[in-house]
Design a protein around this ligand. Sequence first.
Ligand SMILES: Nc1nc2c(ncn2[C@@H]2O[C@H](COP(=O)(O)OP(=O)(O)OP(=O)(O)O)[C@@H](O)[C@H]2O)c(=O)[nH]1
Ligand SMILES: [Mg+2]
Length: 204
Amino acid sequence: MSLKACMIIGKANVGKTLFAINFADYLQVTRLEIEFTPPGEKTHCRSLSRKEALQELTGTTPHQTLGLQCIQIQMPGLKGKKRFSLMDTSGLTEGIPDETNIRRAMAQTLAEVREAAIILHMIDASSHGKSGAIEAMGQVDWQVAQFGGMRKGYAVLANKMDLPEAAAGLRQIREELPGHLVLPISALHKTGFAEVKQFVWRHL
Ligand SMILES: Nc1nc2c(ncn2[C@@H]2O[C@H](COP(=O)(O)OP(=O)(O)OP(=O)(O)O)[C@@H](O)[C@H]2O)c(=O)[nH]1
Ligand SMILES: [Mg+2]
């Protein structure tokens, strides 16, 4: 039986990969055994230290991740351990991207959504609040929320809460997505992780 998947989904550059690496670290994974599945290709495994993973897999340019990257996790809790696969995915864009590789990776991400036991929908709260004026939430985030909201294991992660613009962004996200669980976090500083862990634990 394959492990239940906890999928991290969201637009490019919101911090999905940094979160996956740092959340694994928070859950006491010392070395990352990552299964890489580029779209249309076979899965291959690599073993990386946290430092190597941060250097190689995260970055400031959008679309750094172009495929599925699964980290197997044994989550320690009060009542023993629970195993699951933490699935990092390729970033989504508004509209259909021109580049074939990004298009294929996005299709691969969307195909996985149905299978996932848990969906962590990440939004960059700092860029969400930047405009000052009420800027309508993009179509992509809106649609992910509509789909995700029909299921139990769905939560929004409002990321980059360490940045000054993020407080306004968080308020805006909560206004735009009423009725959804929104957890504020900083993937960089590992804040809000206890709440995310609790949510994941409950839905496995
Ligand atoms: N200040 C701050 N920066 C962050 C945080 N999370 C991510 N970043 C930065 O945002 C950038 C993108 O992070 P990634 O984790 O590569 O983003 P991603 O969502 O995986 O991006 P794609 O793979 O391109 O879709 C990097 O420069 C990170 O250091 C955060 O909580 N706070
Ligand atoms: Mg990434």
